[in-house]
Ligand binder design. Structure first.
Ligand code: OOG
Ligand code: NI
Length: 318
């Protein structure tokens, strides 16, 4: 039909219309994140200015969920799938009782390729869920209580993320502590809900020497920020092509329903360098596109990056 282009995708004008709504939602998700996480905000500003005021591209956005009764990965994924994302591989973390899926973005409409951050090339999305059935009866009781309170909240995961609100009422401090003893991830999700867990700066798309992740790590530390040291600062995939690092999460005072006000870990910022795949190693630098580089995620890297919100990392001396 006239509204469809030859390859069966919507015409560019309708795609641009939905793209602008989609990006407005992401802009709000990001602005909630920046308002609660001063370290992430400062680092984005610092890296952009040190890179000569060039644009920043996001490699991916990440969210956490409770995998029970519809509140898991699907609750947040549906928004991205509706806007053209495709489900890719599953990653499992048996010791942490977690599973994750990642989603690849639709090609950005041409105008977006010049923009920065949320207005640049669309990022991958990484969504994980706690395997609630595998938790202790006591932890399950707490988690099931709050997802029941939220009732249909899981249908509005993206809305909750963009508004910066929980879909359930605030827990008691004792419930948070009980979950934290069993799973830092569970405790984090109870108080942060669908809030953006992190954005990841795509280092190879920077212009200056910061495009090498080791230089960026040094620069971040020289500026007084603490990096997640779990398994070493730099996380390297077995093929050597996916390099990742992250800060430790900022903590913010949280008012629990019993009146206690205690700091809880919020979000962090990550850095990822994707190297050129072996079959493209002879391409001239200026011809290398994102699809010539290592794609996807790596269980061994992710397992350590999850620790960016753990008490051990958050309270560790710099
Ligand atoms: C996600 C940790 C994993 C990655 O890029 O592998 C990750 C989380 O902390 O929720 O971000
Ligand atoms: Ni990540």
């Amino acid at each position: 039909s006239a509204s469809m282009s030859g390859n069966g995708s919507p015409s560019s004008s309708s795609q641009e219309g939905s793209d602008s709504f989609f990006r407005s939602v992401l802009e709000n998700v990001e602005s909630v994140y920046l308002s609660r996480n001063p370290t992430a905000k400062s680092i984005l500003e610092l890296v952009q200015s040190a890179d000569g005021g060039e644009r920043i591209c996001y490699d991916h956005l990440a969210f956490r969920t409770f995998g029970v009764d519809g509140h898991g990965i699907d609750s947040m994924a549906s928004f991205f799938l509706d806007y053209g994302y495709k489900q890719m591989e599953e990653l499992t973390f048996p010791a942490k009782k977690l599973k994750a899926l990642w989603f690849s973005p639709p090609p950005s409409v041409s105008a977006a390729n010049g923009g920065s951050r949320i207005h640049g090339p669309l990022p991958r999305v990484f969504i994980s869920e706690l395997l609630v059935d595998q938790m202790s009866p006591q932890a399950q009781e707490i988690i099931r209580k709050y997802v029941e309170i939220s009732s249909s909240g899981y249908k509005y995961a993206a809305l909750a993320s963009a508004l910066g609100t929980l879909t359930w009422k605030k827990p008691m401090h004792s419930e948070f502590q009980q979950l934290a003893r069993e799973s830092e991830y569970a405790a984090w999700t109870l108080v942060n809900g669908y809030a953006l867990n992190h954005v990841t700066i795509s280092t190879h798309r920077l212009k200056s020497n910061l495009r090498q992740i080791n230089s960026l790590n040094r620069f971040i530390e020289e500026n007084g920020f603490k990096l997640n040291s779990e398994g070493g600062l730099l996380k390297v995939s077995p093929d050597g092509l996916l390099l990742q690092s992250s800060t430790v999460a900022d903590s913010m005072p949280f008012r629990f329903s019993d009146g206690a006000v205690e700091p809880v870990p919020c979000s962090y910022i990550e850095f990822a360098e994707r190297l050129v795949l072996p079959q493209y190693k002879n391409l001239p630098n200026d011809e290398v596109k994102e699809f010539h580089r290592r794609d996807g995620f790596e269980v061994g890297n992710a397992d350590k990056i999850f620790e960016s919100t753990s008490q051990g990392q958050v309270t560790r001396a710099a």
